[in-house]
Ligand binder design. Structure first.
Ligand code: NAD
Length: 533
């Protein structure tokens, strides 16, 4: 019975669900783990209203006071790390090791960083306004919270993705309403419970478990910004729905991330990087290595290494400590993987290892798979597979590698592998992506300080780092004129001498030169003082 992936109430057996619930299953065993409410549009409206009411008092607190709550939540999460990791592993199928290393650790790091750094990152800034400064004017920027942030998140990193954004939004002085994936509601409720126990005032973090209809209702409830992470198709629907209200949106969407291995790379490490980058989280990471391009002269050796490394991986239940690759999180995603592999094989691809479902029929396992003889006519090289498949192609020149890498509608991350760092950086500049790593894969989402986001169909806007924090505030420009007793040169009244002066401003003032502008001083002074009452 393949019902565990289908969390919408319409598709679950009637005896196991009420219309107001979603059921969470372990994708490795098919067993029910728990249930969560399917929030109705009315409940969404009420949650947004509560958040809106709670936010102003929170915004009035200092960064230090807000940070204290975040650090308390961090302490509680650290103490509960094993329990949290187990729940993440059970709800997603990913190995416990990854639940810790790719979710709990980066989340704790993000909490620590933003609790301490947000004040400095959002410190008011003086703006240099050039010659206007000589007229007694000054400008500065202050950063104000937006109000209520709606977070809509996916199932593949059900802790780190929403928790990081919650922390950033709260530190910036906002309230948050989170709509997690219907496949991973329990971990979202856990996040809510931790913040609640940390003393976060009521209303500042509302968790609305539910499906797409709940997400759509969140947009209709008119929050002040939507932070959406998910597929391109849903991202487009979200952007369209949000446009009705002019609600700004950050879209963190899919990827088809390329890895380029140059002939001077450390081959063994590049092979291990490729295998981890392609198969961690069963390949269900937006930044997974989905295409590998290796320079022809070293391709044979490199492919031999990745096949050996792949065959050594242990697949099984994520909750078992020595498992490397767990079950995929849902059946629909596994079906996409099967379709992509079958299309590739029909068009001439060779399966070097894997290429079939895993041994345990009760879970959504798919064996880590390495393909060669692939090309860009195949869906496996064009569409997001989001599964444990590593297709490898060869290239001859750097230009050819760049052309392959950029031949995609996506642009989330990419990597270049070489011992020649200068060459790597040069190529990194030419790849169309939000992040390009040299001798690294996938992991920079885990660095709190660096921006995360894509180009092309991978979305727009950023999360993490200062740029991510800036998405969660509105910059307010405050402009002051200290010479309050004189009318501006460009105010009424107009006469021929005014027109002459403005012509002079066009030719002199706009050059930015104080000396040239000084030539206009007599005309300027005459106009300033002539018009005094
Ligand atoms: P999805 O688009 O199916 O769902 C994402 C979220 O949107 C879920 O919470 C879902 O309930 C909600 N949703 C569905 N329909 C909606 C609607 N009409 N209005 C509002 N919300 C709606 O994505 P998924 O399958 O959960 O996640 C996998 C995708 O996420 C992959 O494409 C992956 O690449 C992408 N992803 C991107 C990043 C990134 O940072 N760029 C990170 C993780 C995952």
């Amino acid at each position: 019975m393949d019902n565990h992936n289908l969390m919408s109430t319409q598709t679950l057996p009637l005896q196991t669900t009420r219309l107001s619930e979603i059921v969470s299953y372990d994708p490795g065993t098919g067993e029910e783990i728990g249930r969560a409410p399917l929030s109705s549009p009315e409940e969404v409206r009420q949650a947004v209203a509560r958040a809106r009411e709670a936010q102003p008092a929170w915004a009035r607190l200092s960064y230090r006071e807000r940070g204290r709550v975040v650090l308390k939540a961090r302490k509680l999460m650290l103490a509960a790390r094993d329990e949290v990791a187990l729940l993440v592993s059970k709800e997603t199928g990913k190995p416990l090791a990854e639940a810790l290393s790719m979710e709990v650790v980066p989340t704790l790091d993000t909490m620590h960083y933003f609790a301490h750094a947000s004040e400095a990152l959002l410190r008011p800034q003086k703006i240099d306004i050039g010659q206007y400064g000589l007229m007694g004017r000054s400008s500065r920027l202050v950063f104000k919270p937006l109000g209520v942030i709606g977070i809509i998140s996916p199932w593949n990193f059900p802790l780190a993705t929403p928790a990081d954004e919650i922390v950033m939004a709260l530190m910036a002085g906002n309230a948050v309403v989170l709509k997690p994936s219907e496949l991973t509601p329990l971990i979202a409720l856990k996040i809510g419970e931790i913040f609640d126990r940390a003393g976060l005032p009521a209303g500042l973090l509302e968790i609305l478990t539910g499906d797409g209809t709940t997400g759509a209702a969140l947009i209709d409830a008119r929050v002040d910004k939507i932070m959406f992470t998910g597929s391109v198709a849903t991202g487009k629907r979200v952007a369209e729905a949000a446009a009705k209200y002019l609600t700004p949106v950050v879209l963190e969407l899919g990827g088809k991330d390329p890895m380029i291995v140059l002939e001077d790379a450390d081959l063994k490490n590049a092979a291990r990087g490729a295998v981890w980058g392609a198969f961690a989280n069963s390949g269900q990471a937006c930044a997974s290595v989905e295409r590998c391009y290796v320079q022809e002269s070293i391709a044979g050796k490199f492919i031999e290494l990745i096949v050996k490394e792949t065959r050594a991986l242990k697949q099984g239940l994520g909750t078992e400590k020595s498992v490397d690759v767990g079950a995929m999180t849902n059946e629909r995603q596994r079906a996409i993987v099967e379709e992509h592999v079958s299309d590739a094989v029909q068009r001439g691809a060779t399966v070097l290892t894997g290429g079939r479902r895993g041994a345990k029929p009760e879970g959504f396992f798919y064996e880590p798979t390495v393909l060669t003889d692939v090309d860009h006519s195949m869906t496996i090289m064009r569409d997001e597979t989001f599964g444990p498949v590593l297709p490898v192609m060869t290239f001859k020149t750097d230009d050819e590698a760049i052309n392959f890498a950029n031949d995609s509608v996506f642009g989330l991350t990419a990597s270049v592998w070489t011992k020649n760092i200068a060459r790597g950086q040069k190529l990194a500049e030419r790849i169309e992506a939000g992040t390009v790593m040299v001798n690294e894969v996938v992991y920079t989402h885990g660095i709190a300080q660096t921006p995360w986001g894509g180009v092309k169909d991978s979305g727009y806007g950023r999360t993490h780092g200062r740029m991510g924090l800036l998405e969660l505030v509105t910059p307010k420009h405050i402009h002051v004129n200290r010479i309050s007793f004189l009318p501006d040169l460009w105010w009424f009244r107009y006469d021929p001498s005014a027109t002459k002066l403005f012509g002079g401003l066009a030719t002199h003032f706009t050059t930015g030169s104080i000396l040239k502008t000084a030539l206009l001083l007599p005309q300027m002074l005459r106009r300033l003082f002539e018009r005094r009452f």
